[in-house]
Design a protein around this ligand. Structure first.
Ligand code: NDP
Length: 504
């Protein structure tokens, strides 16, 4: 590989720095993951009471590979009668033994599911990438290990619930109706299903319309694991199917991850009922870089914060605040780093940024980016060869962004970063908190005291310091303000599924 590096000296405050503009040939030989390991059926039914069944609605919809626009399979669309049947199956399983099974016995099933996920993780990772468009190196190295880890973690709690919350008699709530989005299909499933089963609840899950296949594969896996029929049910479909499930009068607990608009609709739907509810909604996270930060590490953190999973991440660091005296240097380095990102075939193990999940999401990203240009922000996109077919968006930076711009206010849910500056820590806090959301934030500085002060000041459920997008099953995650309420993960995640466990 030929390489040549241009350097340009500059002085920032008291720091001597160097902008390195790589002129490298970044062409990598393709390293494509084989799809032979995955068998996709032509058509999928609903998973009810331990088996796949034709939908009573008689309807099916296609699920498409967003990187090729090819239809992968047809998936059943559950109607009201199907939701009735799924909730009845879950109720039956709850009352016929699962709800009163000793924790040590329940744990064996959850452990078995965790082990089987590990055994089949390559297959599930490829399926996740085929159906959702995310780079296989992410589904393989991030999503699937986290999915298995969440099942292992909650399996471990199943027989220790009386020690988790002293004074609380651990009792399951009953039937949980769970609705999840398309950005981390299996991981969102794991965050919800693992604690629900470990605490003795039964589940009806509605995956997102565009990414049903891995939930259906997991359903098959639970049957192979011998999970009693009706304990875990999957109803596929679009928003109407989700609304049918969340509004069902025999569902005791609703757990929803998705947009703030739909979260509000569900809250209104459940007003006046005693159904338990937890909401994990959108975000517009601030990523704050102080002038004493380790700049090159911070560049990596920012790239991971916004371009991981094409920016389809609720906690994506989509608003970058850089201290004014390092702003230009930081932006130059970020641009140089952007030009090295490989966008394209998600099955290629070299790919950094995969396909946008759906044409609807691509349209939403395009509209907001066009608005950013119209409102006067300066756009930067590296040169990039995109595949002819599929849904793609070039990683994008905006500088000269005003707080009032729509790109600084609204969740874009795509690979688009809005960069602003600040002078003092107080100004950073004020700007960072100027959002209706409150899910996550990031801060980069070499001062420990400033990290603690910032973490205290930022109105966000999770604050990462000198890193970003770090997850662990033992660590709770969730937001406040318009980012929702209730915590998933950790001991807190158990409370969602126990009687007396609070509002969430
Ligand atoms: P949506 O809110 O549109 O959809 C989420 C899920 O709800 C999907 O399964 C969807 O079905 C279903 N749904 C849609 N309408 C209704 C309804 N009226 N009643 C019940 N269910 C319904 O969000 P997206 O799928 O577009 O996901 C992106 C959003 O999710 C972003 O705002 C993101 O921030 C948020 N999110 C939050 C996370 C968190 O932990 N806080 C994590 C991941 C994402 P269908 O897809 O078929 O329309």
């Amino acid at each position: 590989m030929e390489s040549e590096v241009a350097t340009q000296g500059s002085e920032v405050g008291s720091r001597k720095t160097e902008v390195v503009t790589p002129r490298l040939d970044w062409a990598y030989a393709s390293s494509r993951e084989s799809t032979d390991i995955v068998e996709v059926e032509d058509r999928y039914g609903l998973f009810l009471d331990g088996e796949f069944r034709e939908p009573k609605s008689g309807k099916y919809f296609p699920t498409v590979n967003p990187a090729t626009e090819e239809t992968l399979a047809e998936v059943a669309e559950a109607g009201p009668e199907d939701i009735d049947a799924a909730v009845a199956a879950a109720r039956g399983a709850f009352e016929n033994g699962w709800g009163t099974m000793p924790g040590a016995e329940r744990a064996k099933y959850v452990f078995r599911i965790a082990r089987m996920i590990q055994e089949r993780s390559r297959e599930l990772a490829v399926l996740e990438t085929l159906d959702g468009g995310k780079p296989v190196k992410e589904s393989r190295d991030v999503d699937l290990p986290q999915v298995a880890a969440n099942f292992f973690y909650y399996a471990g709690w199943a027989d220790k619930l009386e020690y988790a919350f002293p004074g609380l008699q651990p009792e399951p709530i009953g039937v949980a109706g769970q609705v999840i989005p398309w950005n981390f299909p299996l991981l969102m499933l794991a965050w919800k299903v693992a604690p629900a089963l470990a605490t003795g609840n039964t589940v009806v899950l509605k995956p997102a319309e565009t990414t049903s296949l891995t939930a259906l594969a997991l359903a098959e896996l639970t049957a192979e694991a011998g999970l009693p029929a009706g304990v875990f049910n999957v109803v596929t479909g679009a928003g109407a199917t989700g609304a049918e499930l969340t509004g069902h009068t025999d569902v005791d607990k609703v757990a929803f991850t998705g947009s703030t608009a739909v979260g509000k609709a569900i809250r209104a739907q459940l007003a006046g009922r005693d159904t338990r509810l937890s909401l994990e909604l959108g975000g517009k996270a601030a990523h704050v870089i102080f002038d004493d930060a380790p700049i090159d590490q911070a560049i990596e953190g920012v790239v991971n914060g916004i371009f991981f999973n094409q920016g389809h991440v609720c906690c994506a660091g989509s608003r970058l605040f850089v201290q004014e005296n390092i702003h230009d240097l930081f932006v130059d380095k970020l641009k140089a780093r952007l030009s090295t990102l490989r966008v394209g075939d998600p099955l290629d193990k070299n790919t950094d940024v995969g396909a946008i999940n759906s044409p609807e999401q691509l349209e939403k990203i395009t509209e907001l980016v066009d608005m950013g240009v119209t409102e006067g922000a300066e756009i930067y996109q590296p040169a990039c060869d995109l595949p002819d077919r599929g849904y793609w968006f070039v990683p994008t930076l905006f500088t000269g962004v005003a707080q009032s711009h729509r790109i600084a206010q609204e969740e874009i849910f795509g690979p688009v970063l809005s960069i602003m500056s600040f002078r003092t820590p107080d100004e950073a806090v004020e700007k960072a908190n100027n959002t209706p959301y409150g899910l996550s934030a990031g801060v980069w500085t070499s001062k420990g005291s400033r990290i603690l002060w910032m973490a205290d000041q930022m109105k966000a459920g999770v604050v990462w310091a000198n890193t970003y997008n770090k997850f662990d099953p033992a660590s709770p995650f969730g937001g406040y303000k318009e980012s929702g309420f209730g915590r998933e993960g950790g001991r807190h995640g158990l409370l969602n599924y126990l009687k007396g466990g609070g509002r969430s």
